[in-house]
Design a protein around this ligand. Structure first.
Ligand code: PLP
Length: 466
């Protein structure tokens, strides 16, 4: 039996890299593509940003759009001047662009937030009284944590998409129909395994039991088209910085009723339509019922405009080509890792599950932080190591208990033992083949020859010793 019961020892014969349509052979231009970084072993290389799942580089198109708008920047919804009017128009047009990108229903609201985390906390804040919440333990902390203990039911990690649906069905069936409002929160693509979740089927199960569903599309929207209507989800949340628009904005889009009925997320200007002193000395407030109700304070017009620009750029490029190109890169990485027996890829749904370009793995006998540090210092490759803000899922996949990480000099896991953390490589629309090729070669060389440099632990992380 595998040391990692839920990790897939990838097939001995690597999957062939999918043939690539020449039309989508080129990555989209992103900022930082020519940035070079020093290697501890001497010299410089262009930086291989393979941590898109954390934050993706800005699309050049987004940067150019923001730069073109920047001189015209002005206040939104609160100025009589020309630039304020222009900025307000762009802000509201951006809302319409995002609604189109997500294929929202007529009447849905698009609320601009700071991030997916902010969006899901906003939704948690507007839940009707006595709303029950159902969340798989496999979720990112942003989906796992905004709910109170009293309202949330955590569902165990399913091992197949069908089991996910069956688990949800059972949990929802345990509550009586008409017992009160309920919400299911589910990710579209895992930030750990990259695997796609059966969102449409989960939405159907939720609705059949009188519950609503919010889709955490933080990892899905940058890789696949998301249609609110097609998936029949009630809300969608995503972050600009994972969608090639790193200017501090996020989105919560979906049904207006719970948003309109709740108290504003933040109280202040912009959310209030009318404020008047009362005879008893207090104030009466009339709040907006539009998205502005939950957007108090001066909005981040640059961030919002950047998200809209990214939505347009991806739509115009076409997801068919982007998906085909990403599949090609996924096949290269998974095929390359399959040739290294010490590598175990973490997976819930197995080798054949459809996935985005997010792959987590452990290397027998290596401390993950040490491995990631060597990838960076010796190859100029940026990946992530740790538990990826999805601690319960990664621990389930590793079969490990919460523990502090070992010193990087001493591998946290000897050959045949379990690792406590994992390494995650992730990529997307701006990733050239050379980055994933270099990554696969680096993994092969590190496993075969070990690190060339000495590393030490500093504040819990491995860093080059000198
Ligand atoms: N959901 C998923 C699936 C994620 O991967 C992340 C971030 O990694 C989040 C939510 C939170 O996103 P943000 O940090 O932008 O709030």
């Amino acid at each position: 039996m595998s040391t990692y019961p839920n990790a897939v020892a990838t097939a001995a014969v690597p999957a062939p890299a999918a043939p690539l349509d020449p039309a989508c052979a080129e990555p989209l231009p992103v900022l930082g593509r020519d940035v070079t970084v020093p290697l501890v072993t001497g010299g410089e290389v262009t930086y291989a940003a393979l941590d898109y799942a954390a934050s993706a580089p800005a699309l050049q198109r987004v940067w150019d759009d923001v730069a073109a708008y920047a001189p015209y920047y002005g206040s939104v919804h609160r100025g009589a001047g020309y630039l304020s009017q222009l900025s307000t128009d762009l802000f509201e047009q951006s809302r319409a662009t995002v609604a189109g990108f997500l294929d929202c229903r007529p009447g849905d609201q698009v609320v601009f937030t700071r991030s997916t985390t902010d969006s899901l906390n906003l939704l948690a804040a507007v839940l009707p009284a006595d709303c029950q919440v159902f969340v798989f333990e496999t979720e990112h902390h942003a989906s796992l944590l905004p709910w109170t203990d009293a309202q949330v039911t955590y569902l165990n990690a399913p091992r197949t998409p069908d089991e996910a649906v069956a688990t949800l069905e059972r949990a929802l069936a345990d509550r009586e129909l008409g017992e009160g409002p309920a919400l299911v929160c589910v990710t579209g693509a895992s930030n750990v395994t990259g695997e796609l979740w059966p969102v449409k089927e989960l939405a159907a199960a939720a609705h059949a039991h009188g519950a609503r569903i919010v889709l955490d599309a933080a990892q899905l929207a940058p890789h696949h088209p998301v249609s609110v209507q097609e998936l029949d989800v009630d809300w969608v949340a995503f972050s600009g910085h994972k969608l090639y628009a790193p200017f501090g904005s996020g989105v919560l889009a979906g049904r207006a009723d719970w948003l309109q009925q709740a108290e504003p997320y933040l109280a202040g200007g912009g959310a209030s339509r009318k404020v008047a002193r009362r005879a008893d000395g207090g104030v009466d407030v009339e709040w907006h019922t539009t998205a502005a109700r939950h957007e108090a304070g001066s909005p981040n017009v640059i961030g919002v405009y950047a998200i809209a620009s990214a939505c347009k750029a991806l739509t115009e490029e076409g997801f068919d080509g982007l998906v085909a190109r990403e599949r090609h890169l996924i096949a290269k990485v998974r095929g390359g890792l399959a040739e290294v027996p010490a590598v175990r890829i973490l997976s819930l749904f197995g080798d054949d599950a459809p996935r985005v370009g997010v792959i987590s793995f452990v290397v027998d006998g290596w401390n993950s932080s040490h491995f990631a540090a060597a990838l960076s210092a010796e190859y100029g490759i940026g990946v992530r190591d740790g538990l990826f803000c999805a601690h319960p899922l990664v621990r389930t996949l590793l079969g490990s208990e919460p523990q502090t990480q070992g010193e990087c000099g001493a591998p946290e896991a000897a050959p045949g033992e379990r690792s406590l953390n994992a390494i995650r490589v992730s990529f997307g629309a701006g990733t050239p083949d050379e980055h994933v090729d270099r990554f696969v070669r680096a993994v092969r060389e590190l496993v075969a020859n070990g690190a060339k440099w000495q590393y030490r632990t500093e504040e819990g992380r491995c860093v080059p010793a000198v």
